[in-house]
Ligand binder design. Structure first.
Ligand code: E4P
Length: 216
């Protein structure tokens, strides 16, 4: 399973990219606003120059024609850009048109297996089910990941699953065990993955033991 970061913060992306384990980026309008990017094109192009892998940029239009026009424009920003489109009738129409033009699409705001089926049939390259937001309303977000993966396997569909809206390290483990091809996560969660109290304690002990020998 690949790790992608769900952020539009250039500093976070630069720092994480140095570690060599982050393969892609997802952004959304809320994240872009949080990072203060009024010029989305410039921000996405900078992110695309830092990360070699796929970088999702979301359309803001509501109707199919706006989404299609915007999607075509976004696709020219960088070779590794992926157009992110929310699922709806308009979104599915836009995905159908753009995917036939060879544009990579990430279908976002997916909360059901039916929405995932529609996106896959429309030709989405990736589908992002929002695990944490389903958990928030008392549903089982990880169950959606498993059911989507099962459906794609049974029908030999090539669409990849991006486990999104992840909130804690156990979400990452569960997504990996279920077989999601990608987990996209906030920088804070990525940093949590490195930590274990026994690693910290073990390292402290190693250093202390070595220093006590050197002091003798
Ligand atoms: C995915 O592409 C979305 O940007 C993201 O995972 C949403 O997560 P949130 O529910 O934490 O906002």
């Amino acid at each position: 399973m690949q790790i992608w970061l769900d952020t539009a913060d250039i500093g976070e992306i630069r720092e994480a990219s140095r570690l060599g384990v982050v393969s892609g980026i997802t952004t959304n309008p809320s994240l872009a606003a949080k990072s203060g990017h009024s010029d989305l094109r410039t921000a996405i192009q900078e992110i695309c120059s830092i990360i070699d892998g796929p970088v999702s940029a979301e359309v803001m239009g509501q109707g199919p024609y706006e989404m299609i026009e915007e999607g075509r424009e976004i696709a020219t920003w960088a070779p590794n850009v992926v157009v992110k489109i929310p699922v709806s009738e308009a979104g599915i129409e836009a995905i159908s048109v753009l995917s036939k033009e060879g544009i990579a699409i990430n279908q976002t705001l997916t909360f059901s297996v039916n929405q995932a089926l529609l996106g896959a049939l429309a030709g989405a390259t990736y589908i992002s089910p929002f695990v944490g937001r389903l958990d928030d309303v008392g549903q089982d977000g990880m169950m959606l990941i498993s059911e989507m993966l099962q459906m794609f396997k049974v029908h030999e569909m090539q669409t990849k699953v991006i486990a999104a809206s992840l909130r804690h390290p156990k979400h990452v483990i569960e997504a990996a065990k279920a077989g999601a091809q990608i987990a996209t996560m906030p920088y804070k969660l990525f940093k949590q993955m490195f930590k274990h109290p026994l690693t910290d304690a073990g390292l402290k002990r190693f250093i202390e033991d070595w220093q006590s020998l050197v002091r003798v």
